[in-house]
Design a protein around this ligand. Sequence first.
Ligand SMILES: [Mg+2]
Length: 98
Amino acid sequence: MNKTQETLYQRALRVWGKEPQMLQVIEEMSELIKEILKNVNRKKDNVAEIVEETADVEIMLEQLKCCYNIKDKVEAYKTDKLKAIEERLNLWEKTHDK
Ligand SMILES: [Mg+2]
């Protein structure tokens, strides 16, 4: 997130409040879940809706990181987690002849 985006997220948290914005995180995640389920379970052609809801969730997750001041910790955890995923994939591919 760049400085302009961070300023906007902080402004949203200040103007609309932290609790309502954190509930909005949940609402947007549930909207994305619904679109994924429609796509997978009902074979609905809804990629446009998935794009929209993914953007909504990403925006709200950025606000969540601002709200709890955890941007750097999340980034560090992601780096470690991605390393672990890569190691698991390497092992899987070595043992499953991919
Ligand atoms: Mg939405």
